[in-house]
Design a protein around this ligand. Structure first.
Ligand code: DGT
Ligand code: CA
Length: 574
């Protein structure tokens, strides 16, 4: 049996969700979520650790009970607690989670207070006004619900890019073995690197569609087949994800891929422009009258409209078509241009690996520098460092820098922005850092004005260098806190403060729109991983995808610079 860390993490997350629905102790729920996070970033598979007889309780966030559950799942492929919860909790309650705006806590409230346990019952409660009487069901939420429930079917759940992309890649690999496959690509929102995706869209060019369709509709992780046709099939995987596969001939591949990559808005706009010039574009080709003038590549499609190629990440009808015509498309940043990471944790605070291990892993990636940014004292749950521990770490970094070759560790910290807008370290200590990454970690629910004021106040400190995960959102878990982003960006431009694009899969914060706003205001970005393990350094890919969606170029991103050039930027405020 093959049970991956991802499977165990998914089980833990589902347990957390179900416990939340039951209104269980928040600490217990958080323990499952933290453990899931640990598992996702842990470099070794639990399965092999269990086989080796390794003591799982030595891992951060894994206590005796969780260690036992991991072992149980590795050995049996199941977790009794999860089965029990599923048995105990009405599946319709879980269905409610798919409605936008409804999380486990609200499912709990709906059931406890109104005995609402189905989408039907929720509709009724919305119509007869009983929802309005529940605390936390404000006008905005009710409007969201009205929109969602007004549609024939509830919106399908969205998956984080980080979770769905590897599955799409795995299926692509499996299908590329099929007879006669010439090309196969992931299309849709995943190819555009949106932070979340509703489903997996695949396109293949193939000489013989029967073998590939046969394999697709009998994949090892298949739950059910929705539709099985010669050129188009649709399946649901055991984990609930929907996958569509379109098979075309080699010479239609370009226009089919373009059609299925979207976005819909980009396609519609492009087709409108084409039709004004007497050109028709559809998934089968680009035509003038009956004559096909392009179809086998996306480049040919754009060329037929006298445009340069537009990268998938830009295809949102947000000005990219105009920029293409004016030849002002950005030269999008690439992963290979990244020279270091400016936000990582070690075992000093809540990271999994030592300073040396992080440094070695960064070196292996070819990085020139790595900034160590452990949490500061205010963040107790993450074992934040007090000033003495910070100073101790700085000494160790100096020592390591003496022996490391080819990479430089930068002295930094993820400093809490306290509620009064002061920083969690004194200036005496801040002065000894190379730079400071500053972040909000509590009091999310204050007004927009107060939150903006708090951060602007903190920015007055000359040691404030980078604002980490600026909006605090956690995809699917927490909305961004209320913040006047325009004011923040303006202040960053004014003071030479850098904004972080945090690459953690549930953050991807800044989002694409804010990246573009920052760029337009001349504010520089640090694309960082916020790694909590050596393995997490790979999350840079997620950040780069988002950066590209935000039109960022090499020059906009400070960790593409050489060490001396970077140091100059980081020290410009002092
Ligand atoms: P998602 O799945 O919500 O994360 O986002 P997409 O963009 O992957 O959307 P999806 O899966 O509904 O459709 C895949 C692509 O198919 C989409 O990006 C563009 C194309 N497409 C879908 N519906 C239409 C349509 O009505 N008109 C045009 N022109 N293209 C469409
Ligand atoms: Ca899609």
């Amino acid at each position: 049996m093959n049970v991956t860390n991802r499977d165990i993490a998914a089980a833990f997350n589902e347990i957390a969700e179900l416990l939340d629905i039951e209104g269980a102790n928040p600490f217990r729920i958080r323990a499952y979520r933290n453990a899931a996070r640990t598992l996702l970033s842990y470099p070794k598979e639990m399965q092999s650790l269990v086989d080796e007889g390794f003591d799982l309780t030595s891992l951060k966030t894994i206590g005796k009970d969780l260690a036992q559950k991991i072992t149980e799942m590795v050995r049996s492929g199941e977790m009794k607690l999860l089965n029990d919860l599923k048995h105990r909790i009405d599946p319709e309650l879980e269905e409610l989670l798919k409605i936008p705006g409804i999380g486990p806590k609200r499912v709990h409230l709906l059931y406890e207070l109104l005995r609402v346990k189905s989408i039907q019952a929720l509709k009724k409660a919305l119509e007869n006004g009983s929802l309005e009487r529940i605390a936390g069901f404000g006008a905005k939420l009710l409007q969201t619900l009205r929109t969602a429930l007004g549609k024939k079917t509830a919106e399908r759940k969205r998956y984080r890019l980080y979770d769905i992309l590897p599955i799409a890649q795995q299926i692509t690999d499996q299908l590329s073995q099929a007879k006669g496959v010439i090309r196969i690509e992931i299309a849709g929102s995943i190819r555009r690197r949106r932070d979340t995706a509703k489903d997996i869209d695949l396109v293949a060019a193939c000489e013989d569609e029967s073998d590939i369709m046969g394999r697709f509709t009998s994949l090892p992780d298949l739950h059910s087949v929705v539709m099985h046709g010669p050129t188009r099939s649709s399946i649901i995987l055991k984990n609930g994800m929907h996958v569509d596969l379109r098979v075309v001939s080699e010479n239609e591949f370009g226009t089919a891929l373009h059609h299925l990559t979207g976005s819909k808005a980009h396609n519609i706009e492009l087709r409108k422009i084409a039709s004004k010039r007497g050109i028709k574009i559809n998934e089968y080709g680009v035509f003038i009258g009956e004559q096909k003038i392009a179809s086998n590549s996306e480049t040919a499609l754009y060329k037929a409209l006298s445009m340069p190629y537009i990268a998938p990440e830009l295809r949102e009808n947000q000005g990219e078509i105009e920029a293409a015509f004016n030849n002002t498309l950005p030269y999008l940043i690439q992963s290979s241009q990244i020279r270091g990471d400016l936000h990582v944790h070690t075992a000093y605070s809540d990271g999994m690996n030592t300073l040396e291990e992080m440094a070695t892993a960064a070196q292996a990636k070819g990085y020139e520098y790595l900034a160590i940014t452990d949490h500061t004292r205010h963040l107790h749950i993450a074992h934040g460092l007090d000033e003495n521990r910070v100073l101790e770490q700085l000494e160790q970094i100096d020592r390591l820098n003496g022996s490391l070759e080819g990479i430089r560790l930068l002295k930094s910290a993820e400093v809490d922005i306290l509620s009064d807008g002061t920083l969690d370290l004194s200036d005496t200590v801040l002065k000894q850092l190379d730079f400071a990454v500053c972040a909000v970690h509590y009091r999310f629910n204050i007004s927009k004005k107060e939150q903006t004021y708090r951060i602007l106040k903190a920015m007055e400190n000359p040691y404030f260098t980078i604002l980490a995960h600026p909006t605090g959102r956690l995809l699917g878990l927490r909305e961004p806190y209320e913040l006047d982003m325009e004011a923040i960006i303006k202040e960053c431009a004014h003071r030479g403060i850098i904004l972080e694009l945090n690459s953690q899969p549930d953050r991807l914060d800044l989002n694409d729109t804010h990246c573009r706003m920052a760029k337009e205001a001349g504010v520089k970005i640090a694309v960082s991983t916020d790694a909590h393990s050596t393995h997490d350094l790979e999350l840079m890919e997620m950040g780069i995808g988002q950066a590209r969606r935000g039109w960022l170029e090499k020059k906009d991103v400070i960790n593409t610079r050489s060490l001396p050039a970077l140091m100059k930027i980081l020290r410009q405020r002092r």
